[in-house]
Structure formats: structure tokens, C-alpha cells
Ligand binder design. Structure first.
Ligand code: R5P
Length: 286
């Protein structure tokens, strides 16, 4: 098995290769003066099994992935690990004439029949996996967040998801350790008054970990953290699978009274304190 590290997942690919007892292949990436990308797998690939690891958080990542798939066309078997599958939030047509972006991306990746299997980590909506022409499997990194919280020794944390869509994630983080979990609900008190609060649990005096699949601008999490703080929570932590952290997201979140921002390395940043490498390597061994 040869691991091909994509331009956006160099550290994670190297970790996966180490977990599998090997090394990641050397690749060259550069930009031409007009902005076009150049991609080369320096060790030529012929009749081998290859695994490309590449997150799609910016358009450059997608172009580079398409180039890598083309570069390994002579491989015997090609799997693609997309730790963060970008564009998955545009999973349907919300307005007439819109592109179903996740479908366009999936079609592009499945082009020319080179790819045999896809792996993604906590895709925003599992339904988009149906857009790939080949088998696409979702891996769940939520239990790794639960393990991190336990290892950190946060006392009796309450796991809170920002909305109903985050219930499954909150449960997957909390359940293996027996932590309490809940999601927020918006309650209209009067014509112009809306209260956002946990559906069932009180956070008063509790340590709270707010979890979400993606943190992008940090707007959602910062609002939730400020609300939880106002409800007299003790320590507040924030954890996500995919930390995009665009614009001033870290600052907004910290300013809302958060002790620590925790993310995985599906997108590599200073907040990537949890690695999904072992989980992916174990799946690939299977
Ligand atoms: C939305 O459906 C996602 O689960 C996240 O809640 C959202 O992407 C977070 O975005 P932001 O950090 O910009 O509020």
C-alpha cells in the first residue's frame, strides 16, 4: 500500500503511513505564475495499491486531488481518503438553478473510473455519499472527542450540540463515557422575544463541551458559548471534527469565554489536538 499525501493533508497522511508501518510517497506541488497547480507523484506508481489522502477545504485541494487521481492511473487499486469533504453542506438544490455542489464534486472525483473506494470522516450529510459512483464510507471520529475529554479529566461534562442536527454527534461523543448530552432549542416567548436554551438539561455550575461537526466562521459556536456562559456554566470547552477556522473564528470563540478549542486533524491547524490517523489506518487495514 502506498500512501500519497495530498497538498492539504501532509501531516495526517504521514501519520496514517506511520500507523501502517510505512512512509508516505514524495509528491511535488507548485504553482505556475498564472496560479495553475502542478502536481507530481515523484515515486512513479505502477500496479500497486495506492491511498490518496486529501481534505477538500479550498478549491486548490480539489484541483490537486483530481491531479493526483490522474497521476496514479496505472495503480492496481486506488482508494481516496477525504478526511474533510468540503461542499457537503450544499447537499441539495435550495433555490432553482443552484448547483448541487456536493454532487458535482463527487462526479468529478469518480471520473474516468480510476478510483475504487472513497473514505470520508464525519461527512456533514451522509446522503451525499450516494453521489459517488463508487462505494463511499463514512468514518466516525466523534468517539475520539469523547476519549480526549475523558483523558483531559474534565469533571462530569455535559455535551451540548448547537441544534437538532448535532444530536447524533453529541450522543456519539457522550455515550461511550456515560456523559449527559443535549441540544439547544429556540423557544419563542413572545412576538419579539426568543430564548435559546438546552432542551432538557441545566448547565448551571456544570462543565460544558459544545460540539459541532464543522467550525467555519465560529459564529454558531461563539453564540452558543455566550448563551451557555450566561446560564452560569462553569468551564466551557468547544470541540469539532473539522476546524476550518476562517476569518477571526478562534478569537470570536475565545472571547465568548471558551477555555479550549479542540479539533481533529482532518484539517490541520494549531487546534488539531486529536488525530484521526489511527482510526483511518485501522479501517484501511480491514
Ligand atoms: C452547519 O450546518 C454546521 O453543522 C455548522 O454548525 C456550521 O457550518 C458552523 O459554521 P460557522 O462556524 O460559520 O457558524
Amino acid at each position: 500500500m502506498k500512501i500519497i499525501p495530498g497538498i492539504s493533508s501532509q501531516v495526517l497522511a504521514t501519520r496514517i503511513a506511520a500507523e501502517l508501518g510505512g512512509e508516505a510517497c514524495l509528491c511535488e506541488f507548485k504553482k505556475f505564475p498564472d496560479g495553475e497547480l502542478y502536481t507530481r507523484v515523484v515515486d512513479g506508481i505502477k500496479d500497486e495499491e495506492v491511498i490518496i489522502v486529501q481534505s477538500l477545504m479550498a478549491d486548490t485541494g480539489l484541483i490537486s486531488l483530481l491531479q493526483l487521481i490522474d497521476a496514479v492511473e496505472e495503480a492496481h487499486k486506488t482508494s481516496v481518503v477525504i478526511p474533510y469533504l468540503g461542499y457537503a453542506r450544499q447537499d441539495k438544490r435550495f433555490k432553482p438553478g443552484e448547483a448541487i455542489s456536493s454532487r458535482a464534486i463527487a462526479r468529478g472525483i469518480s471520473f474516468a473510473g480510476i478510483v475504487d473506494k472513497i473514505y470520508v470522516v464525519n461527512v456533514h450529510n451522509r446522503a451525499v455519499l450516494e453521489y459517488f459512483d463508487v462505494e463511499a464510507k463514512n468514518l466516525d471520529a466523534a468517539p475520539l472527542i469523547g476519549d480526549y475529554i475523558a483523558k483531559k479529566g474534565i469533571v462530569q461534562p455535559v455535551i451540548i450540540g448547537p441544534d437538532e442536527g448535532a444530536r447524533e454527534l453529541a450522543k456519539a461523543v457522550a455515550a461511550p463515557h456515560g456523559y449527559a448530552y443535549d441540544v439547544l432549542e429556540k423557544k419563542r416567548i413572545s412576538g419579539d422575544e426568543v430564548v435559546i436554551k438546552p432542551k432538557e438539561l441545566s448547565v448551571d455550575g456544570k462543565n460544558v463541551v459544545i460540539v459541532d461537526d464543522i467550525i467555519s466562521t465560529g459564529g454558531t459556536i461563539a453564540e452558543v458559548a455566550a448563551m451557555i456562559k450566561a446560564r452560569e456554566a462553569n468551564e466551557i470547552y468547544v470541540a469539532c471534527i473539522h476546524g476550518l477556522f476562517v476569518q477571526n473564528a478562534p478569537l470570536r470563540i475565545r472571547n465568548a469565554g471558551v477555555e479550549e478549542i479542540i479539533a481533529t486533524d482532518t484539517i490541520e491547524s494549531v487546534f488539531s489536538t486529536i488525530s484521526v490517523a489511527k482510526m483511518i489506518a485501522e479501517e484501511l487495514k480491514r
